[in-house]
Ligand binder design. Structure first.
Ligand SMILES: [Fe+2]
Length: 297
């Protein structure tokens, strides 16, 4: 697994490497910092006067879930979020005419077992391509507050080219949206929503944890196996992630290899053009919406 730090490459060259399993780490950039600052302001306003990193010490979990279920959509849908991602993509050398992104998510990982389901789902090892993401999807991830190796996310690079038996065959993104997505906040103690999970023991080692800076995102292919690191730090982790897709790669079906995904449906309709936030052309979405998007080869 190659890790590029502040690589001076074009976006075309970067995507080629990403589709081979590389990860790119960027130093903080002005718009990435603005996006983190926006999240921080909203978090601190939501939980005022409490310390937002220590809620598990002082707040009843049900109350915390209530607050998160207002905070998270508010961040996702704030027009400034889109504007700042646009800036981030420009700073990272992406062609905004051809780069499409989805709205950013704000994630939380709580220490211990305070809250690990529903609105603060602690992700088991998975590939986003098990969840109907196209093989050309690139994930961007960065923390809102300083990160450490005990509260970040992990890659499991062995599985880049080793298949893992999983439940993706039963997953369809369109069906998930209709049935499960909107009731995340009801799952406080346990998450009963059907998600594609490994169906055999996962070798969690070797694993790579990138401890990056606030506003310093790393980029990786949606086909990488990754998971939430169980938070053994004393602090809550807040992070932002979003995804991008390049029009040419979508049209030409260029992307990471598919070694074990069998889901149907597609997330293609979620991405918005970097210039004007228009959706991908309908014919592109249709190419991927035939239920045959990710058949294992
Ligand atoms: Fe993921």
């Amino acid at each position: 697994m190659n890790i590029f730090v502040d690589a001076k490459t074009t976006d075309d060259a970067r995507r080629k490497e990403l589709y081979k399993g590389a990860v790119f780490v960027h130093s903080p950039s002005p718009f990435a910092l603005k996006l983190c600052e926006l999240a921080k302001e909203m978090i601190e306003e939501t939980f005022y006067p409490l310390d937002p990193l220590m809620l598990h010490e002082t707040m009843a979990v049900e109350h915390c879930v209530e607050k998160l279920s207002v905070l998270k959509p508010r961040f996702i849908h704030d027009p400034k979020s889109k504007e700042y991602i646009q800036g981030m993509l420009r700073e990272a050398g992406c062609d905004l005419e051809k780069t499409y992104f989805d709205v950013p998510r704000l994630r939380t990982a709580f220490p211990g077992d305070y809250l690990t389901s529903g609105i603060a789902y602690s992700f088991h090892p998975h590939r986003d391509t098990w969840y109907s993401a196209p093989l050309c999807q690139i994930n961007w991830w960065m923390p809102v507050y300083p990160l450490d190796s005990q509260n970040c996310m992990a890659f499991h690079p062995y599985y880049w080219d080793h298949p893992l038996k999983n439940g993706s065959r039963d997953y369809n993104y369109q069906k998930w949206n209709q049935q499960s997505r909107y009731n995340a906040s009801q799952h406080i103690k346990a998450d009963t929503r059907v998600q594609p999970k490994p169906e055999e023991a996962v070798q969690m080692e070797p694993q790579v944890r990138l401890v990056c800076e606030v506003g310093g995102p790393f980029l990786f292919s949606a086909a990488h196996l990754h998971s939430t690191v169980p938070n053994t730090s004393p602090l809550i982790r807040y992070s932002i992630d979003f995804r991008t897709v390049h029009l040419d790669d979508a049209l030409n079906r260029v992307g990471a290899p598919n070694i074990d995904s069998a889901c149907t449906g597609t997330t293609m309709n979620d991405y918005l053009r970097g210039t004007d936030f228009k959706h991908l052309p309908a014919e592109v979405t249709k190419m991927y919406d035939d239920g045959e998007l990710v058949q294992p080869s």
